[in-house]
Design a protein around this ligand. Structure first.
Ligand SMILES: CC(C)(COP(=O)(O)OP(=O)(O)OC[C@H]1O[C@@H](n2cnc3c(N)ncnc32)[C@H](O)[C@@H]1OP(=O)(O)O)[C@@H](O)C(=O)NCCC(=O)NCCS
Length: 109
């Protein structure tokens, strides 16, 4: 499978205080990072970036919510801060600014 996907998220629409919602989007490892973040602003950026990244991953693979769970897709950061996916054939880039987070995913195989 080869493909490209992009998604943008309105950060103000994310209910970061609803931990059931947050747990629905994040894997256990991602959730542990989220709860240890210093500010709600940073939590919102992190959650928005993961949400956008997971939807972009689905688009790049030509699949949707019915085909895969948010928990099947994991986005962590390496030592330099660069995000990476659980899938070694997929590449991701995330950005956030004020109200929005955006993510691009490329699948190469
Ligand atoms: C990458 C960088 C330019 C992004 O800066 P920015 O414009 O303030 O941030 P943006 O909102 O556009 O992007 C933030 C996202 O960029 C991604 N990111 C962070 N560091 C990155 C890196 N080194 N490479 C690629 N992507 C990176 C992350 O996904 C981050 O979001 P997240 O932490 O919620 O996952 C900045 O973090 C930077 O200069 N980092 C230097 C890292 C580095 O060289 N480290 C070497 C030490 S080992």
């Amino acid at each position: 499978m080869k493909g490209i996907g992009v998604d943008i998220i309105d950060l103000e629409r994310l209910d970061v205080e609803n931990l059931n919602f947050v747990k629905h989007i994040l894997t256990e490892k991602e959730y542990l990072i989220f709860v240890n973040m210093k500010s709600q602003k940073r939590q919102r950026e992190f959650l928005g970036g993961r949400f956008a990244g997971k939807e972009a991953y689905m688009k790049a693979n030509h699949i949707g919510i019915g085909d895969i769970s948010f928990h099947d897709i994991e986005i962590l950061n390496d030592k330099s801060g660069a995000p990476y996916l659980h899938d070694s054939h997929a590449h991701i880039s995330i950005s956030h600014e004020n109200k929005y987070a955006i993510a691009f995913v490329v699948v190469e195989k």
